[in-house]
Design a binder for this molecule. Structure first.
Ligand SMILES: NC(=O)c1ccc[n+]([C@@H]2O[C@H](COP(=O)([O-])OP(=O)(O)OC[C@H]3O[C@@H](n4cnc5c(N)ncnc54)[C@H](O)[C@@H]3O)[C@@H](O)[C@H]2O)c1
Ligand SMILES: [Zn+2]
Ligand SMILES: [Zn+2]
Length: 351
């Protein structure tokens, strides 16, 4: 088969590689119909994730059709169309049972790390993929949902929802601010609607992205290069700050921004993957009664979100900005890598 293979920092190619095989009785093989590229794949290509070794097939998002199952798989069958979760969950270890599949302790990839696809084992940017723990890591696709819409349920919708909205404790009437209107921030904006916020403020340096955020449910757009960006946010609250501030960028500057706009008693939910330490001025903030959360997606709300998408209660089709044939994945990487210029959000590859 063909697959997108990582050859060390800055190098990747669409190579002929051996077809994946069933290695454990709980595995399934999926023929990929749609896959996509995540910001994390760009981090890997920059060399930011040394655990990804040369020869690794990248990708942790996908939708496809099961072609083969291991002997222990009874709930899924060849021919089933499925969404592949970005987090593989054995469903049995203490962390999986507690709803923390991001820390799954099964002996696949590395015990304690649930994100293994396209990271510690071969991933989904390929014609076929081996999916471990198929019954708990694949979700059957409801009728009427297209593979390219469903592929958004592998990673970005659960991430924005779980680590942004749920960890942030968004509730009816809240004023929510999301710093970073990339795919993950927009997913938080979209899924916050499920809880009835009174205002949702999209904040980004990119004026195009904050305007785009209105289509995903933002009620207000603030361009943070403006000197008075914070005053604009305060003017939208009662001057005390927002109830929930979600960080969806991953740099010290945006961490400082969320601390700067949260009200006493509010929640700060960090979603961004940070590459450098940030400051936390506890001497000033101890008195603010804040709740601070952070973490890796568990993807344990993917099945619930799938129902909502299937029932058109949320419509994530607007995330798909570009479409490519799977074999043209190198051009897709180029488009996604220049997102500010190409206005790419999610670049979908269809087989
Ligand atoms: N916690 C998790 O489980 C998890 C899962 C997936 C992704 N992530 C992380 O979420 C973050 C967002 O992902 P994404 O794919 O949407 O990224 P992205 O790079 O596409 O979007 C980031 C956005 O932040 C904006 N931005 C950059 N600097 C800014 C600044 N100083 N002020 C305001 N806005 C600024 C950019 O214009 C862009 O729109 C990344 O750090 C990613 O690694 C976390
Ligand atoms: Zn991802
Ligand atoms: Zn587990």
């Amino acid at each position: 088969m063909k697959a997108l293979v990582y050859h060390g920092p800055g190098r990747k190619s669409w190579d002929e590689v051996p077809d994946p095989k069933i290695l454990a009785p709980t595995d399934a093989i999926v023929r990929i119909e749609s896959t996509t590229i995540c910001g994390t794949d760009l981090h890997i290509l920059k060399g930011d994730l040394p655990a990804v070794t040369e020869g690794r097939i990248l990708g942790h998002e996908g939708v496809g059709v099961i072609t083969e199952i291991g002997d222990a798989v009874t709930e899924l069958s060849p021919g089933d169309r499925v969404i592949i979760s970005c987090v593989s969950s054995c469903g049995k270890c203490d962390f999986c049972v507690a709803g923390l599949a991001s820390h799954c302790r099964a002996e696949e990839g590395a015990p304690g790390i649930g994100w293994i696809l396209g990271h510690l084992i071969d991933g989904t940017q390929a014609e076929y993929a081996r999916i471990p723990f198929a019954e708990t890591s694949l979700h059957r696709l409801p009728d009427g949902l297209s593979p390219e819409t469903a592929v958004l349920l592998s990673d970005i919708l659960p991430t924005g929802h779980e680590i942004g909205v749920k960890y942030g404790g968004v509730k009816a009437g809240d004023v929510v601010a999301v710093v970073g209107a990339g795919p993950v921030g927009l997913a938080a904006i979209m899924t916050s609607q499920l809880y009835g916020p009174s205002k949702v403020i999209a904040i980004d340096l990119d004026a195009n992205r904050v305007e785009l955020a209105r289509g995903f449910g933002a009620t207000h757009a603030v361009v943070s290069s403006a000197a008075d960006w914070r005053d604009q946010v305060m003017a939208l609250t009662d001057g005390l700050g927002v109830d929930v501030a979600i960080e969806a960028v991953g740099i010290p500057q945006t961490w400082d921004m969320v601390l700067d706009i949260v009200r006493p008693g509010g929640h700060v939910a960090n979603v961004g993957v940070h590459g450098a330490p940030v400051a936390f001025p506890l001497d000033e903030l101890w008195i603010q009664n804040l709740t601070i959360t952070t973490g890796l997606v568990n993807a344990n709300t993917a099945r619930m979100l799938t129902k909502l998408v299937a029932e058109r209660r949320i419509d994530p089709s607007g995330f798909v900005s570009h479409r490519f044939a799977l074999a043209d994945i190198e051009s897709a990487y180029d488009t996604f890598g220049r997102a500010a210029e190409t206005k790419a959000l999610k670049v979908v590859l269809n087989a």
